[in-house]
Design a binder for this molecule. Structure first.
Ligand code: FAQ
Length: 312
């Protein structure tokens, strides 16, 4: 019976059909999705912290309104993604617990500090730019609730990327020499971590083969990284910044850019919990959870009173 169900499931996947929450699915497919979707949700929520750091210090009211809206969107993305993960039968409390106890991963990129205002524009340009490149193919993910959530998320990410680029362009075209230097410094610090966001090289990516087979991932880590680098080189030229990689150059035969060696030991160190801000980020989430306990208790107490009121 299980065999027949699995064959039917594989046939659906091969035909390019979407899988809905109530459909039968192999246990490993379910687990893989809970892992990826919840890590994605945690990334959005932890991802609010580096930028949240600058809301009160934005240089103008316009920039502050934009940044506030962006960080709020990230909160919204986290919520849609938690809801998508919950359709697979894991509760939000379980998902939060995995984050707060350090069992669940979130994107390595959010463990780097935001040192200057130029980091806000650079995160929009490079980090949201990398996020879109990775997330557009997930709009066609075989698991329909995740695919649906990704459509709206990608539209908002696209706005996030543009606001970042526009903010940097303003500094580079109208700014002082010090402001231009601040943009270059931010790009120097964020470039390598941004290209690490796509994950380990394909031949060291343990989940890729199965996730590609199931249509969870549509494009490989290395292929997405290459597409991102190729798209970004031209944007950097227009901006007037240098990407900090002396080996970055056009390869006519490959019709792509060659690039230098990525420091994968740094990537694994950050993923393993030992990046510049891992402890601070996790502590901020644990504190927010503990400080919000009274709100959850009050909401539950209020909910319990409702049926009593209706009965009265
Ligand atoms: N950081 O076998 P693979 C955003 C882990 S965008 C940390 O290749 P997979 C928007 C991976 O989990 C950022 N860990 O894994 C925003 C696995 O460990 P596990 C979030 C990483 O899943 C912008 C192990 O390495 N986006 O938040 C990373 O097939 C600005 C082996 O790797 C998503 O999550 C990493 N960078 O491929 C918000 C997109 N890379 O789980 C605020 C959805 C890999 O077996 C401001 N996720 N690992 O213990 C995906 O597309 C995939 O999960 C990948 C990884 C591509 C990230």
């Amino acid at each position: 019976e299980e065999m027949r169900l699995e064959e039917r499931f594989d046939a659906h996947i091969d035909a390019g059909d979407f899988i809905e929450a109530k459909d039968w699915m192999p246990d490993h497919y379910r687990k893989t999705l809970v892992r990826q979707i919840s890590q994605h949700a945690h990334s959005e929520i932890v991802g609010m912290l580096p930028e949240g750091n600058w809301i009160s210090r934005a240089p103008t009211l316009k920039r502050k309104a934009i940044l506030l809206a962006k960080v709020q969107d990230e909160g919204g993305h986290g919520l849609y993604l938690y809801a998508a993960a919950e359709t697979l039968g894991t509760s939000r409390d379980q998902l939060f617990d995995a984050l707060h106890t350090g069992r669940a991963k979130y994107s390595s990129i959010f463990n780097y500090p935001t040192l200057t205002w130029a980091d806000m524009g650079t995160i929009g340009w490079l980090v949201d730019g990398a996020a879109i490149m990775n997330q557009v193919p997930i709009c066609r993910c075989s698991y329909a609730p995740y695919a649906r959530a990704m459509i709206r998320i990608c539209r908002e990410e696209s706005f996030h990327q543009r606001q970042g680029y526009e903010s940097l362009l303003t500094m580079m075209t109208e700014g002082t020499a010090a402001q231009k230097a601040m943009v270059q410094d931010a790009v120097d610090r964020w470039w390598w971590p941004s290209i690490m966001m796509f994950g380990p090289p394909d031949d060291q990516s343990p989940n890729s083969a199965q996730s590609m087979r199931w249509g969870i991932k549509r494009v490989s880590n290395d292929e997405l990284r290459q597409k991102f680098i190729d798209a970004t080189v031209e944007q950097a030229r227009i901006l007037g910044v240098t990407l900090p990689d002396p080996d970055l150059k056009w390869n006519e035969a490959r019709q792509s850019h060659d690039f230098g060696t990525i420091d994968w030991s740094e990537f694994w160190r950050v993923v393993g919990g030992d990046g510049p801000c891992n402890r601070e980020r996790l502590q901020a989430r644990v504190d927010a959870w503990e400080d919000g306990a009274w709100v959850r208790e009050a909401a539950l107490a209020h909910a319990r009173k409702q049926p009593m009121k209706e009965a009265a």
